[in-house]
Structures are given as structure tokens and as C-alpha cells.
Design a protein around this ligand. Structure first.
Ligand SMILES: [Zn+2]
Length: 429
């Protein structure tokens, strides 16, 4: 091969690769070091492509080719992580009608805007815990990763799992001809055998996590109990099978029996956990199970910003209990030493309002720094991504956000993130 043809080949190969050559220098007025639990004043962060290259105290001068970003009036934090969202969902008074009138493409395009709203709110990573349209967010995850649409990095469970008639059985409340008999493909299981099948189906579909709906839910149409809907052998089969495939399990559970069975089976996180008692908190602490309180969703259901955003009336009645209970539960869990990780249940309330969770968690007695850690380093641990995400450190992925002022003094500032960087790329400035 001639030298010029070799040169052309190299040029073509390079052109085919994504270019991440940009080098940025950020001057931040303050940086929250979530690993050490301290604040560093006047700091310089450099990036090289999608990675953080250095973190230095003081404002250093730019080197050749570095673009300077002036955030000297701002506080820098690691990219925020919401470990409980539903990017294909938004609750409205007509929510239950959607499946009769919306096609998969309608859900998909709508979810694109929700993904972008989430990223612009400062959430550079999310865990998706239950698709409205089968496995839509598996495709959404890949589309974001490929750069087709803007959104956070997604770890997804795809379609959440239910038992017959339980929360997330997609045919609940329908007339008999429409009910059919959904099975493990649709995410409905009965007994350990179909539990295993459902996990393997999710693996085949490309999911990262398994989501279980172990108790009834506040927004379940039809019969509304919050009681337990899974038996121990079914939960055990799920967790053992998921572990074989390198998948982790998250369990929606409001009541004590549901939480305890899930924890004993070995799930990684309990979602909502509303009626957790002290004995259950101790069990979770002993087992190292994470608690994801989703306070924003519960507050929203009890008192939405407007009627246009409200739930159907029959659901509103079920949720008042849940909204008032969660403050006490988070306070008790924090005092008991339970591992609390940030997650909102966005989709139950409008996407992009995820930052409201911070003030709710502080209102329930958690120190502001602990709440910020729960949305960064602790969330990264739950996702088993702590080597790559969760802190602003040389070598990690360059995910960082900034807010004007000091969120440790005023936690609600995190509802207005001014600057968003993901993978070294600036999305909001
Ligand atoms: Zn949820």
C-alpha cells in the first residue's frame, strides 16, 4: 500500500471515531468534595475529552488550547444522579387512557423531551425503574449513548415486574376481553419458574436492572391495597436469577411485609419504603439495603402544583396517607443509620422538577451535605459506578453541575442548576 493510501486510510479511521479532543478549564468559586465531606474554595477543574484531567486548588492559568469557563460565582458539584425515574411516563388525569390512544412512537418521542428536561435539571445519570411502553427506555438509553438525543446516562430495568393483578400488571382494570393472560414476557409472573423466565427475558431485552413491584401502589388503578403481592420463593428466584446474569434488583414496597421479604431475598434497594418501622430499618441497615424515599412523588400526589397535573380522583384518595407518612419515615431511617439514596419517581410528577427532592430530604431531618452525597457518591455506589461517577476526581467521567450561590446554605438552589456537563460536553451554561 502506498504512503498516501495509508495516510488516507488513517484519516478515514480517525474521522469515524467520535472526537473528544476538547480541553476545558473550569474556575469554580466552590467545589463540594462529596468523598471527603468538605468544601474547597476557589478551584480549577480541567477536562480532557470525556474525563476529568485534574482538580487543583486556586485559579490556574489556561494552557495552550484550553477553553476557560468562569464559574467563580458558583458551586461545583458532581453530576446529579436520580436513582428512580420513569422517562416514558407522566401522570395526568387522562393517564389511564393513554394506552388506548398512544402508539409506541408517540411514547418514544415524548420520552425524548423528558430525557432532555432531566439532563437540563442537572441529572446526568438516572436509573429508570419501569417503562410505560414495554422496553422503551432500553432503546432510549442506547439513543442517548449514541448521541441521537440529549439525555442523562440511563441504567434501566425496562418493563417492571408484577404478579397477576398486582401493581404494574399492564391489564389491571380492563374489561375481560382486553385483560387476556399476560405472562413473563409482559412482566407478569406467578411462582418461581415464571419469575426466572421474566428475569431472563429482561436480560435478553437488554435491561440493566430488575424492578419488582412487591406491594400495591398509590397509583394502581382498580383495587388499591398497599399490601404485599409477592411470596418469598418468587422474590428469592428473582434475586438469584438476576445475580447469575449480573443484574441487580430494585423493589417497590410500601409496607413492612413487602419490605422485609424483599430485603431477605437480597434486593439492592427498597423504593418508597413508606411504612417502614424500626425493626425493618434495622434489618435494612444490617443487610446494607439502600432506601430510595421518592418524597417528591408522594408530596406531588398529595398536593400537585395544579389540577391539570393531578391524578384521577380515585387515586388522589389513596395517596394522602402516603404523602404525610414519608417525612417521619425518612427521619426514622436516617436516625437508624439506613443507607439512603436519592431518587424521586419523576414521571409521577413532571420531569425536570427532580431537584425538589433535596429540600424535602433536608426537611425530613437529613443534613444538606448528606443529601447531596445521596445524589452523587452514594447513588454511584448503588449503581456500582463509583469508579466512574459520583465525585469530581481526576480520571473519572467529566459529569459536573454548578449552581449560583452555596447549596449547603440554601438547598433549594439545587432546583435551579445553571451549568450542566456530561461526558465532558457542556449542555447548559
Ligand atoms: Zn416509580
Amino acid at each position: 500500500m502506498s504512503a498516501s493510501r495509508t495516510g488516507l486510510l488513517i484519516t478515514l479511521l480517525v474521522a469515524a471515531l467520535p472526537i473528544h479532543a476538547e480541553q476545558l478549564l473550569i474556575h469554580g468559586g466552590r467545589l463540594i468534595d462529596v468523598a471527603a465531606g468538605k468544601v474547597i474554595d476557589e478551584v480549577s477543574v480541567t477536562t480532557d475529552g470525556d474525563r476529568i484531567a485534574s482538580v487543583t486548588e486556586g485559579y490556574i492559568e489556561p494552557k495552550n488550547g484550553q477553553t476557560v469557563i468562569d464559574l467563580r460565582e458558583h458551586t461545583l458539584l458532581p453530576g446529579l444522579i436520580d436513582t428512580h425515574v420513569h422517562l416514558s411516563t407522566v401522570i395526568s388525569p387522562t393517564f389511564f387512557m393513554e394506552k388506548f390512544v398512544m402508539d409506541s412512537a408517540d411514547y418514544a418521542f415524548r420520552s425524548v423531551s423528558y430525557a432532555e428536561q432531566t439532563l437540563m435539571a442537572g441529572f446526568t445519570t438516572v436509573r429508570e425503574l419501569g417503562d410505560q411502553d414495554y422496553n422503551l427506555t432500553i432503546a432510549l438509553r442506547d439513543a442517548i449513548e449514541n448521541g441521537y438525543v440529549k439525555g442523562p446516562r440511563v441504567f434501566t430495568a425496562g418493563k417492571g415486574l408484577a404478579t397477576t393483578g398486582g401493581l404494574a400488571d399492564p391489564t389491571n382494570g380492563l374489561r375481560r376481553e382486553l385483560m387476556g393472560e399476560p405472562g413473563f414476557v409482559e412482566g407478569v409472573i406467578n411462582g418461581p419458574i415464571s419469575a426466572r423466565q421474566a428475569v431472563r427475558q429482561r436480560f435478553k431485552d437488554g435491561a440493566d436492572w430488575i424492578k419488582l413491584n412487591v406491594t400495591g401502589g398509590a397509583i394502581n388503578p382498580g383495587r388499591g391495597s398497599l399490601g404485599v403481592q409477592w411470596q418469598q420463593d418468587e422474590l428469592d428466584a428473582i434475586v438469584i436469577t438476576a445475580a447469575d446474569y449480573g443484574m441487580k434488583v430494585a423493589a417497590h414496597a410500601h409496607t413492612v411485609a413487602g419490605i422485609q421479604r424483599s430485603v431477605r431475598a437480597g434486593v439492592r434497594s427498597i423504593e418508597h419504603g413508606t411504612f417502614m418501622d424500626k425493626a425493618t430499618a434495622k434489618l435494612m441497615k444490617d443487610r446494607g439495603t439502600a432506601f430510595v424515599p421518592t418524597m417528591t412523588a408522594m408530596k406531588w400526589l398529595a398536593a400537585p402544583d395544579s389540577d391539570a397535573d393531578a391524578m384521577p380522583a380515585e387515586v388522589r384518595e389513596k395517596v394522602t396517607d402516603v404523602g404525610s407518612q414519608i417525612d417521619q419515615t425518612v427521619r426514622m431511617a436516617y436516625e437508624s443509620g439506613v443507607w439512603i439514596v436519592f431518587g424521586t419517581d419523576a414521571g409521577v410528577f413532571p420531569h425536570g422538577l427532580n431537584g425538589r427532592e433535596f429540600a424535602y430530604m433536608v426537611g425530613a431531618g437529613m443534613p444538606p451535605l448528606a443529601v447531596i452525597q445521596s445524589a452523587t457518591i452514594e447513588a454511584a455506589k448503588l449503581l456500582e459506578m463509583a469508579d466512574e461517577l459520583g465525585t469530581i476526581e481526576a480520571g473519572k467521567l467529566a459529569d459536573l453541575v454548578a449552581v449560583r450561590g452555596d447549596p449547603l446554605n440554601d438547598i433549594a438552589l439545587l432546583e435551579n442548576v445553571a451549568f450542566v456537563m456530561k461526558d465532558g460536553e457542556v449542555y447548559k451554561r
